[in-house]
Design a protein around this ligand. Sequence first.
Ligand code: ZN
Length: 61
Amino acid sequence: MMQMGPGGGRERGMGRGGGRQGLGPVRECRCPNCGYTQPHQPGVPCVNQACPKCGTRMVGV
Ligand SMILES: [Zn+2]
């Protein structure tokens, strides 16, 4: 009783987690490109802010 269908449905891609982003209070927004930093504005995610120098999206630090 061994049936090996073509394709073998093996889909296991749901176990993805453990990213450490968005945890903890963000104090500053930093540009990963040029290193420019500016105070984080409450209510405005850093990723929604563009670096005034190079236009890269900022990241919270
Ligand atoms: Zn920049």
